[in-house]
Ligand binder design. Structure first.
Ligand code: 5GP
Length: 125
């Protein structure tokens, strides 16, 4: 299946290029982590690969194994730096229309810092 073309004007591409600010938490050769602008929990950080990939499917299909490993190491390192490794956290990645993915640059949400409750709120539709 052909994926959606990468749009280099998306907001996370602009953060990577330094065109708009972000509150950075961690950076490696593979990834950048920064606070979500609209936090959904006491701790809510986004981790994005430095490479341009639209979504989880694009990332897994087209990134090298070293890049995928480096990215997920950045996710766990970011959670550790945020102090939620012991208390626990959830990671989440939206893909495709039903997920409501807003920003078309693959990212993982790390949420924690409080009890997170059930995985999903009841669907409204
Ligand atoms: P998605 O729905 O695509 O999985 O999540 C996108 C996330 O990016 C949302 O939680 C939203 O609050 C966050 N976000 C959108 N624009 C910005 C921004 O300019 N800066 C930061 N730090 N987060 C953003």
């Amino acid at each position: 299946m052909m994926g959606q073309a990468y749009d280099p004007s998306n907001v996370f591409a602009r953060i990577l290029r330094g065109e708009i600010p972000a509150q950075k938490v961690y950076e490696s050769a593979y990834a950048l982590a920064f606070h979500d602008i609209t936090p959904a929990a006491a701790t809510h950080v986004l981790v994005i690969p430095k490479e341009a990939h639209v979504s989880l499917v694009d990332f897994v299909a087209n990134a090298s194994p070293a890049t995928i490993q480096g990215f997920f190491q950045a996710v766990t390192e970011t959670a550790r730096l945020m102090g939620v490794e012991e208390s626990g956290y959830r990671i989440l990645a939206n893909h495709g229309p039903n997920s409501g993915q807003e920003v078309p640059h693959f990212h993982v949400h790390i949420v924690g810092g409080q009890p997170l409750g059930p995985l999903l709120a009841p669907a409204s539709a």
